[in-house]
Design a protein around this ligand. Structure first.
Ligand code: GLU
Length: 406
């Protein structure tokens, strides 16, 4: 299995072959500006000291401060964070926001920590990296397993160390700590705007049946948004189980069940299956909303969806991409489909810098305009390049980064 960074470099090479970028630019854009690895000591509740490894990769800042989330996961490492940072640079360029690409992480299973330990770890991450982040340098945000509360602890720690209490150093904060309206649902909401803008051109019916892989921030909100829009959510999974009901799941009751039991599995009114089965149920739209490398050469033939919208980062390997393209199954790529999150993050940063607070209606109106405009542009570009949407999105993003670097 290629690493996520190899996977990203493969995507880069394939997209680059469709346009005339300079060799120097392609060489430069494939290398991160800076990769930082830190030790974060945490005093555990039992009195022992544990040292965690934390990361920040600052990939490219040609278009603005580095921007991207911080992931807490037991399998994350600097290679994965590097790939995610590269994708962030492209993602910010796709939506044309004045940000570069970065990403952070800690190798930890946060589910095994008490709240006090989690706070100590999060404050420790910020203390270790306080010199390299900042509103005009590098602006982190949430990612897998990191929450608004964690962002608030980090913002507070940055304020104590630097005196800058504007909050603009980090986004995805709770509303009471300078967060933006709409940030919590922005990734899924942005994906929905992109999907609606492209739905007819992708050949999907209005009464589209949806399967969602992952029930974290992106997946749970996607289930809610698609079902509120009158679409049937026929299957949902988390790391432990998949639940399927071809007549449509009651996603509000499902979210309650997950909160009470810790998993979607065993939900009344649905059949419980193994988690990966969600990828193979008959549906119109499959939404991967968990981790990388889920749709691969070895399982792509089993996918029955008519289209895929990537709310996760890097869920489809290049081989699976080719197989789907050959079968005529469109894939709306991560750097477009999930860019609503970083777009509203950038609105939050802007509000913090100006001391403003925008209404939710304002936030979503601005978000929709950006998502629809960029989705249209990428669709048209894919047609003129005769390529899939991913390569078109890469070409558009790379052109914007190249002109900023020149
Ligand atoms: N972690 C999210 C992403 O992968 C959001 C990043 C941000 O808001 O900066 O796009």
């Amino acid at each position: 299995m290629p690493t996520p960074f190899e996977h990203a470099m493969h995507q880069l090479a394939r997209a680059a072959s469709l346009a005339s970028f300079s060799q120097d630019f392609l060489e430069r854009v494939a290398h991160p500006n800076r990769q930082i690895r830190v030790s974060i000591p945490v005093k555990m509740d039992d009195g022992s000291l544990k040292v965690y490894e934390g990361y920040r990769v600052q990939f490219n800042n040609a278009r603005g401060p580095y921007k991207g989330g911080i992931r807490y996961h037991q399998e994350t490492d600097i290679e994965e964070v590097k790939a995610l940072a590269f994708w962030m640079a492209l993602k910010c360029a796709v939506v044309n926001i004045p940000m570069g690409g970065g990403k952070g992480g800690v190798n930890v299973d946060p589910k095994g920590l008490s709240k006090r330990e989690l706070e100590a770890l999060s404050r420790g991450w910020m203390r270790a990296l306080v010199d390299v982040v900042g509103p005009q340098k590098d602006v982190p945000a949430p990612d897998v397993n990191t929450t608004p509360e964690i962002m608030a602890w980090m913002a507070d720690e940055f304020g104590k160390a630097t005196g800058d209490t504007s909050g603009a150093v980090i986004t995805g904060k709770p509303l009471e700590a300078g967060g933006s309206e709409g940030r919590g649902t922005a990734t899924a909401q942005g994906g929905f705007y992109v999907f609606e803008a492209l739905r007819e051109r992708l050949g999907l019916p209005a009464s589209c049946r949806v399967a969602i892989h992952g029930f974290g921030n992106a997946g749970e909100h996607a289930a809610d948004i698609w079902s509120k829009a009158g679409r049937k959510v026929v299957a949902v999974s988390d790391s432990k189980a998949c639940v399927r009901n071809d007549d449509g799941l009651d996603v509000v009751a499902l979210a309650r069940h997950k909160k009470a039991t810790g998993s979607v599995g065993g939900f009344v009114g649905a059949t419980t299956l193994a988690p990966e089965e969600v990828l193979y149920v008959p549906c119109d739209l499959l939404i991967p909303a968990a981790l990388e490398n889920q749709i691969r050469a070895d399982n792509v033939a089993r996918i029955q969806a008519k289209a895929i919208l990537e709310l996760a980062n890097g869920p489809t390997t290049p081989e699976a991409d080719d197989a789907l393209f050959a079968r005529g199954v469109p894939v709306v790529p991560d750097i477009l489909a999930n860019s609503g999150g970083v777009t509203v993050s950038t609105f939050e940063w802007e509000q913090n810098l100006k001391g403003e607070h925008w209404s939710e209606a304002d936030v979503f109106e601005k978000l929709k305009a950006i998502m629809v405009r960029e989705a249209d542009g990428i669709f048209v570009r894919a047609q003129s390049l005769q390529s899939d949407l991913r390569r078109a999105a890469f070409v558009v993003a790379l052109e914007r980064i190249e002109s900023a670097m020149v």
